[in-house]
Write a new protein. Structure first.
Length: 121
């Protein structure tokens, strides 16, 4: 098997995140170290309005952010990312300048690595 030293530069790294519109920040992974317990709490609404944003990049370019939303009775509403919405994103976004085979393989391996990590936890 031939080794291609350039393959890491062709990986499409992707991620999605929720941004809450009332201004709160997800502090689940934030730790504040102090000598005394400050007993601080930040109350948050259970189902706050949010925007779900997806972005991707390689060593050569950054894809524009994509906002996942549905049109509800009161206007655009953020929605979760599922297989159908993700496929729609891949088919309609700015992937025209990418080699489709490389992008699909990168997506497959990124998702498989994530799933394998979850299985071993």
């Amino acid at each position: 098997m031939e080794v291609d030293n350039a393959w890491p530069w062709d990986i499409l790294w992707t991620g999605e995140a929720h941004f809450h519109l009332q201004g709160s920040v997800n502090t689940q992974n934030c730790r504040i170290w102090a000598r005394e317990n400050p007993f601080q709490m930040q109350p948050l609404p259970l189902h706050s309005q949010k925007v779900t944003v997806w972005c991707g990049f390689t060593a050569a370019f950054i894809l524009d952010p994509f906002f996942f939303e549905e049109i509800g009775s009161s206007g655009p509403v953020a929605c979760t990312v599922n297989g159908t919405r993700y496929e729609s994103l891949l088919r309609t976004s700015s992937f025209q300048h990418c080699n489709r085979a490389d992008v699909w393989m990168a997506q497959f391996f990124c998702k498989m690595a994530f799933l394998l990590t979850l299985q071993h936890q």
